[in-house]
Design a protein. Structure first.
Length: 63
């Protein structure tokens, strides 16, 4: 893997964590949770991100 590819993979993983956290934070707010509850929901969402699946999606096909 080249440095550029590693940077792209890292960016995709970072984006997945951000999307998960922001969505969970917003959903928790709609449900009426306080700031602490919203934060806990965001952390839980980040813990549930399937990094292995993300890595599988970024693997190049064999030559």
């Amino acid at each position: 893997m080249t440095d550029t590819t590693l940077e792209q993979v890292a960016a995709q993983i970072r984006e997945a964590y951000l999307r998960a956290a922001l969505q969970a934070y917003e959903d928790a707010g709609v449900q009426g949770l306080c700031a602490e509850g919203r934060w806990e929901a965001a952390v839980s969402a980040m813990q549930s991100v399937d990094v292995a699946n993300l890595l599988d999606q970024t693997k190049a096909p064999p030559p």
